[in-house]
Design a protein around this ligand. Structure first.
Ligand SMILES: Nc1ncnc2c1ncn2[C@@H]1O[C@H](COP(=O)(O)OP(=O)(O)OP(=O)(O)O)[C@@H](O)[C@H]1O
Ligand SMILES: [Mg+2]
Length: 201
C-alpha cells in the first residue's frame, strides 16, 4: 500500500513536470502578446512553433497517462522489443520454463533501460536475460562491479562510480522490484555483472 502511494507520488511528480512545460509554452506566448513582440506577421512562425510544442507536450502527457494506468503485460514480450532497439549490445533471452512475469509496461521499461544502459556503460557486448520459474537473471560480459559497489547496492545504498552518474538507477529498480515481490541482488559472475530478481513470495 505504501509502495503504491510512493509510485503514485512519483507519477504525480513526473506529470507535474510535464504540465509545467506546457504552462511555460502558454506563459511565453501570453507574455509575447502582452508585450507586443508577437503581434507582427513575422511573429507568426514563432507563435506556430510554440503552439506546436505545446501540442506535442499534451500528446506526450496523454501517452504517459495511458501507460501509467495500462494493464500489466508480460516481461518477456517487452524485453523482446528491447532486443531490436539496442544496436550497441546483443540481448539474448531464454525462458525454458515459459514463465510469465506480469508488470506494468512502464515498469518493465524502467528496469530494462537501467540495466541495459549500465551494461553498455560497463563495455558489455552481450547481455543475457534468463527468465526462470522463480527468478529473472541478467548477466553481462562487461567490466563487472567495482569493489564494494554490489554490496552497497544490495544493502540499498545509493552509489555511483561514474563522473556523470547519479546512482539512482539500480536503487530505484530494486525498490520497484519489491513492489512485484522480487528481490534484486547484484554480484559478479564469471564474465561480468549479474543482477538477479528472485521471487520472495
Ligand atoms: N552492469 C554493470 N556492470 C558493472 N558495474 C555496474 C553495472 N551496473 C551498475 N554498475 C555499477 O553500479 C553503479 C550504480 O549504478 P546506477 O545505475 O544506480 O548509477 P549510475 O549508472 O552510476 O548513474 P545513473 O543513476 O545515472 O544511472 C554504477 O556507477 C556502476 O559502478
Ligand atoms: Mg545507471
Amino acid at each position: 500500500m505504501i509502495q503504491n502511494q510512493k509510485e503514485n507520488e512519483t507519477l504525480l511528480h513526473d506529470l507535474n513536470g510535464e504540465l509545467t512545460m506546457v504552462m511555460d509554452v502558454f506563459y511565453r506566448l501570453e507574455k509575447g502578446i502582452m508585450k507586443g513582440t508577437l503581434t507582427t506577421e513575422n511573429a507568426k512562425d514563432a507563435i506556430l512553433e510554440m503552439l506546436n510544442n505545446g501540442k506535442k507536450r499534451v500528446l506526450g502527457i496523454s501517452e504517459f497517462m495511458k501507460e501509467a494506468i495500462s494493464p500489466k503485460v508480460d516481461f518477456e514480450d517487452i524485453a523482446r522489443m528491447h532486443v531490436k532497439n539496442h544496436g550497441g549490445i546483443e540481448i539474448k533471452i531464454t525462458n525454458i520454463s515459459n514463465s510469465k512475469y506480469l508488470m506494468k509496461r512502464i515498469h518493465i521499461n524502467r528496469i530494462l533501460n537501467n540495466i541495459i544502459s549500465n551494461a553498455v556503460e560497463a563495455q558489455a557486448t552481450v547481455l543475457k536475460i534468463a527468465i526462470n520459474k522463480d527468478s529473472i537473471v541478467f548477466m553481462d560480459d562487461g567490466e563487472g562491479f567495482s569493489k564494494g559497489v554490489a554490496s552497497s547496492i544490495n544493502s540499498g545504498k545509493q552509489i555511483t562510480t561514474r563522473d556523470n552518474g547519479h546512482g539512482i538507477g539500480t536503487i530505484s529498480v530494486k525498490k520497484l522490484a519489491r513492489s512485484y515481490k522480487l528481490e534484486m541482488t547484484c554480484c559478479n559472475g564469471l564474465n561480468g555483472a549479474n543482477i538477479a530478481f528472485n521471487k520472495t513470495a
